[in-house]
Write a protein that binds this ligand. Structure first.
Ligand SMILES: Cc1ncc(COP(=O)(O)O)c(C=O)c1O
Length: 368
């Protein structure tokens, strides 16, 4: 056939297959992917039906039975459960490390992971939800290279960038291969859609794109259209929420009924975690956790007295949300596992939004 015949064209350049069927891609999906890739400074992006769909598709694309995954801890509860419970019956073993700044302990975990199988992926979340612990991405890259020279295959590095991206952090610039998102959170920003994304190079996304097409974990056209709306304001929303969060965190840190606030800018300037945060990201964002004095009863009493903060498990919306991780987002873990990552009965997670009146609300509830 010649190209002059209507409806027949030369295949698009650069390996893209054009718009064939909406499980593979569709115009609204491509628009959001292209815009997100520009924001992230990535060659390409893929959008998914949820953050967990993005994470699961990436893991399934890169891991095979007999492989091992090395990961930071804590991870978002759903990711922890996926790795610990769902992957094990498929013959994929996991090894976690708690201190994402400590080279020697990550190297020990890496050695241990290599005894379990070929380490095909390093999965990190920085800052972590809900503890705001950090992982040094450049350090993880060096360890990935070392694993590569030992086992003859460098593990792909996937970084969950939900809490800071795309405004405050670009994991690809620090050595990660994949920057992964729950778009449900800050990017969506209005608590009215579920979505996920992975940003990276065309080569690194190739396997994931093929698997997404096969199993249909892409996002529907309507939600993609809503995301296009959200992208107009993501900078404004995230910057404003971060300013509010800094004030709330400061207030909490000075309150006698608060035992600890997990928010890196409050650390002294010479503490490595604070220095890493300043090196790796433009802000600490607006999701963090704190412990009230006492235990679950005191935490619940505080939560029940709030009026402006809404008691809900999501984060990253324009409204301010608050939750009790031990009985909600991390309830799928054993008490021992929760304890190891610092999720105590007194811990409360907060996602600060764009409105005012937050400090007055918290102050009232804490005082009572
Ligand atoms: C850091 C992080 N990653 C991934 C997810 C999963 O995203 P989704 O709920 O869109 O599947 C969440 C959800 O809360 C999250 O907080």
């Amino acid at each position: 056939m010649t190209s002059s015949i209507v409806g027949r064209r030369e295949p698009p350049a650069e390996g893209r297959s054009g718009l064939i069927y909406s499980r593979f891609n569709h115009p609204n999906l491509e628009i959001v992917e292209d815009r997100l890739a520009v924001y992230e400074g990535a060659e390409e992006g893929l959008v998914f039906s949820s953050g967990m769909a993005a994470i699961a598709t990436a893991i399934m694309a890169y891991l095979r039975p007999g492989d091992a995954i090395l990961h930071s801890r804590p991870l978002y509860g759903g990711t922890e459960v996926l790795i610990e419970k769902t992957l094990t019956p498929f013959g994929i073993q996991a090894e976690g490390f708690l201190d994402g700044l400590d080279e020697s302990s990550i190297r020990v975990a890496a050695e241990c992971a290599m005894t379990k199988g070929r380490v095909a992926m390093i999965f990190i979340e920085t800052p972590s939800n809900p503890m705001n612990t950090l992982v040094d991405i450049a350090l993880v890259r060096r360890i990935a290279e070392a694993i590569g020279s030992k086992q003859g295959f460098r593990p792909i590095i996937a970084c969950d960038n939900t809490l800071l991206g795309p405004v405050f952090q670009s994991p690809l610039a620090h050595g990660a291969d994949l920057s992964i998102y729950s778009l449900t959170k800050y990017v969506g920003g209005h608590s009215d859609l579920i979505g996920g994304a992975i940003m990276g190079s065309r080569a690194n996304l190739k396997l994931i794109r093929a698997l997404r097409s096969a199993i249909g974990t892409q996002l529907d056209p309507h939600s993609c259209w809503m995301l296009s709306r959200s992208l107009e304001t993501v900078w404004l929303r995230m910057e404003r929420a971060a300013i509010n969060a800094a004030k709330v965190a400061q207030f909490l840190s000075e309150h006698p009924n608060v035992a600890r606030v997990h928010y890196p800018p409050l650390l002294p300037a010479d503490v490595p975690a604070r220095q890493l945060m300043e090196r790796q990201s433009g802000s600490a964002g607006s999701t963090f956790s704190f412990e009230v004095r006492g235990g679950e009863a005191e935490a619940f009493a505080f939560l029940n007295r709030l009026e402006v903060f809404k008691l809900a498990v999501s984060l990253g919306g324009t409204e301010s949300l608050i939750c009790h991780p031990a009985t909600t987002v991390h309830s799928g873990l054993t008490e021992e596992a929760r304890c190891a990552i610092g999720i105590t009965p007194a811990l409360i997670r907060v996602s600060v939004g764009i409105a005012d009146d937050l400090i007055a609300d918290i102050g009232r509830a804490l005082a009572a």
